[in-house]
Design a protein around this ligand. Structure first.
Ligand code: ADP
Ligand code: ADP
Length: 230
């Protein structure tokens, strides 16, 4: 059984068909890059896979359990327990230190503060941020802030990490470092990874890659009609 299995995903926003019939399998601990031009359905696919959006048609199974059919509240709990998220802009809470940002999701799941903060410090050290635990996001560089976001995504021991353009706001060298850490640390902890990206160099870090166009998965290497091709 794949860790995450999606079949026949269709998603419509009014008259717009964002997903037109997509199948995706995520293996245990594997990483998948989702590429394609703007508007091809990448973010919608990520949101449907992550249980943020309910598809118009099709199914998503996490470890063999169907995600559709869960209530909004159950899906919210599933996201917190089983998934980690990294966005283009880390969306760290600006009033909290790096340590508190990383500790918060585990605390919301019931881990006592002292334990969650000790674990947060270990994650931060693993991501090369020893010494920065007490800093607020405004006192970190863009690359450091994204590494805090990666630590936060991993700190709840998720089954799957979803990353939407995680290097989109970084220069190439910094993005490269963040992507390498994201792929390596998710692999080390046995989490599967889905990365939406425009950047073929970012996709190259992943085990597998799919290319999307007009809501469909197309053959790898097909040249997108617009946007950046590899
Ligand atoms: P990508 O991530 O590849 O840029 P998206 O998944 O964001 O593509 O969008 C796929 C299509 O769905 C686009 O035509 C987009 O305009 C449309 N779309 C996405 N989100 C919404 C929304 N909330 N309401 C209406 N249309 C949307
Ligand atoms: P809750 O219901 O507990 O407030 P949310 O639904 O706000 O939880 O979010 C659960 C996870 O999904 C969070 O990590 C959040 O950042 C992410 N998320 C929620 N909505 C979106 C969205 N529109 N796009 C991307 N990620 C989202």
């Amino acid at each position: 059984v794949p860790r995450l299995a999606a079949r026949g995903l269709v998603h419509r926003f009014g008259d717009t068909t964002a997903l037109a019939g997509v199948d995706v399998d995520l293996t245990d601990g594997g990483s998948l890059a989702v590429m394609g031009p703007s508007g091809s359905g990448k973010s919608t696919l990520l949101h449907v896979l992550a249980g943020i959006l309910v598809p118009t048609a099709g199914t998503v199974h996490l470890r063999g359990t169907p995600v559709q059919g869960l209530s909004e509240r159950e899906r919210s709990l599933l996201r917190r327990r089983s998934y980690g998220f990294v966005f283009q802009h880390g969306q760290l809470l600006s009033e909290l230190s790096a340590r508190e940002n990383v500790a918060l999701p585990a605390m919301l799941l019931g881990t006592p503060r002292a334990e969650a903060e000790a674990a947060a410090d270990r994650w931060l050290a693993q991501l090369g941020l020893a010494g920065a635990e007490g800093r607020r996001p405004g006192e970190l560089s863009g690359g450091q802030a994204q590494r805090v976001a990666v630590a936060r995504a991993l700190a709840t021991h998720p089954d799957v990490v979803f990353a939407d353009e995680p290097t989109g706001a970084l220069d190439q060298a910094t993005g490269h470092d963040v992507m390498k850490l994201l792929v390596e640390t998710t692999r080390e902890v046995g989490a599967s990874l889905v990365v939406v990206t425009h950047d073929a160099d970012v996709a190259a870090w992943c085990d597998r890659r799919i290319d999307m166009r007009d809501g469909l998965v197309v053959a790898p290497g097909s040249t997108p009609s617009g946007g950046a091709g590899p």
